[in-house]
Design a protein around this ligand. Structure first.
Ligand code: SF4
Ligand code: SF4
Ligand code: FES
Length: 506
């Protein structure tokens, strides 16, 4: 470590690190377009200028290694003047159409202009024009006029996805971003360029013009699209007289899991949270009051005590599975994880996407949930009631000859598998309840996203607490009630887990 002084304050920083990395790490505001933590330096935008004592001219912080005793100024009359001049150059050909730009509210050019620009335009020559709303493919739209040519998008497709679809075409003030000929942007991570673009040049076809970003509220969650479990932000908003609606998922930085990115499939996974939610309870095909159906479920468990099978899913959280084991013990039920196929060989790759689509497969090992066909076959022999919990594969028990009563607890209604089910009781969906999940690499993450929809389906934890008549309602309660003593989880602390991922003992 070495000591440097920034704007009169002393900081201990990593020797030989780039100055911009350390400024950002210490939350010192340093305008920048072309540098990004995941892509490194490029030095083309000159926005990150700082004054360094002993140097004649201002230097770019993204290409300056820190040195012991370095004295840096990020603000002041001289350096602000430099930044203003650079902004003036950036804006010479920019359309400044913020009111109709989808990036407004989260645009770096807009932010920096408000911070240090604030000059009147001195331009009396016509601006050069580029192409507007170009459909690049993969849900990405390009407005060439708004581009500041930082090349983040180009470097992303070159260095991260290694597909090189995006390039800089032309020279000087005719330089534009584009693809060659008819080529489309078509890699499975393409929409990350929308997050990387610091201005409104690249926008998401799926999100643009649907909601102004300053209306959105953000919660932290993890993607349930595959066993990687990328850390995400969930942006949602409730308009007057309407239901709370999710507008987008965005990647949330987690160095252990997904870094700065996520795949496009996972990014669009928010749609099922808006469109495929079960909106009513059903008893033998007829809609029922939620409370009545809930009472009926409790009565069925009582009536069939000792002759029940719970078929559980690898999409359930650690807390839910732990509590289901308690409930199973209480009503003499057998608990089986057999038969659920959550695997798609064509989906996985060697970056983030995993062929394993089970969000919490390792939870079955951790909690010793039996996945053998023999155990389920034997359990079904004298069963009078099978409860499918987040399992849509009703045929699995039918294939083993089971013909008795069945109950279905899930948040989603995808198809007509519900025919013949005696009771359907909706439970809270992935983004409406919190929970912890172990990813394919053994990292446990806590998803804290709880979006309250108009139709209130109870979280499974609440339902179980009411049936067991105890007071274990929250994830924290479950960890304190014994989940933290499971041998593979004994190093995990719930307080730390709610802030950062932790690795389990394998
Ligand atoms: S489109 Fe966006 S990310 Fe790409 S070079 Fe232009 S400003 Fe940078
Ligand atoms: S890689 Fe998997 S977990 Fe990550 S965003 Fe894609 S589907 Fe979701
Ligand atoms: S961020 Fe340093 S030159 Fe662009």
């Amino acid at each position: 470590m070495v000591e440097i002084t920034v704007d009169g304050k002393i900081f201990k920083v990593k020797k030989d690190a780039l100055l911009i990395e350390e400024l950002l790490a210490h939350k010192i505001n340093i305008p920048h377009f072309c540098y990004h933590q995941s892509l490194g330096k490029d030095g083309n935008c000159r926005m990150c200028m700082v004054e360094i004592e002993g140097k004649k001219r201002p230097q770019i912080a993204c290409d300056t290694p820190v040195k012991e005793g370095m004295v840096v100024r990020t603000k002041g009359e001289n350096i602000d003047k430099v930044k203003r001049s650079i902004l003036e150059l950036e804006l010479i050909n920019h359309p400044v159409d913020c009111p109709i730009c989808d990036q407004a509210g989260e645009c770096k050019l807009q932010d920096y202009y408000m911070e240090v620009g604030l000059y009147d335009s001195r331009l009396d020559t016509p601006k050069t024009h580029g192409k507007k709303h170009l459909d690049l493919g993969s849900n990405v739209m390009l407005d060439q006029e708004r581009c500041v040519l930082c090349t983040r998008c180009v470097r992303f497709t070159k260095n991260i996805t290694k597909t090189s679809e995006l390039v800089v075409i032309g020279r000087a003030d005719h330089s534009v971003i584009g693809t060659f000929g008819d080529r489309k942007l078509d890699n499975p991570y393409a929409m990350n360029v929308v997050d990387l673009c610091p201005v409104g040049a690249l926008t998401s076809k799926d999100f643009r013009f649907h909601q102004r970003v300053w209306f959105l509220k953000t919660q932290e969650a993890i993607c349930d699209g595959c066993a990687k479990g990328c850390a995400i932000y969930v942006d949602h908003h409730r308009e007057k007289y309407k239901d709370d609606t999710i507008y987008r998922y965005r990647p949330r930085f987690n160095p252990d899991v997904n870094g700065y990115f996520m795949c496009d499939f996972g990014r669009l996974g928010y749609k099922k949270e808006n469109n495929s939610i079960c909106q009513s309870a059903y008893i033998r095909g007829k809609t029922s009051e939620y409370e009545y159906a809930e009472g009926k479920f409790a009565r069925l468990l009582k009536r069939h005590t000792g002759k029940i099978v719970f078929m559980v899913s690898q999409m359930l959280s650690l807390e839910e599975l732990f509590r289901l084991k308690k409930l199973a013990k209480n009503c003499g039920a057998k608990i089986s994880g057999y038969g659920e196929v959550l695997w798609d060989e064509s989906f996985g790759d060697d970056f983030l996407k995993s062929s394993d689509k089970a969000l919490n497969r390792k939870a079955f090992d951790i909690l010793s949930i039996d996945v053998s066909q023999e155990f389920l076959s034997v359990s079904l022999l004298d069963a009078e009631l099978v409860v499918f919990i987040r399992r849509q594969d009703v045929h699995t028990s039918e294939a083993l000859g089971y013909k008795g009563a069945s109950v279905f607890l899930d948040a989603y209604c995808y198809n007509s598998i519900f025919e013949g089910i005696d009771l359907i009781l909706p439970i809270a969906s992935h983004t409406s309840r919190d929970g912890s999940f172990v990813n394919v690499d053994g990292y446990v993450q806590y998803s804290s996203c709880v979006i309250k929809k108009n139709f209130y389906a109870k979280p499974l934890l609440t339902l179980i607490a009411q049936i067991l008549k105890d007071s274990i309602f929250t994830c924290r309660d479950v960890w304190e009630d014994g989940l933290s003593q499971e041998s593979m989880l004994c190093d995990i602390d719930f307080d730390t887990l709610s802030k950062t991922s932790q690795k389990i003992k394998l």
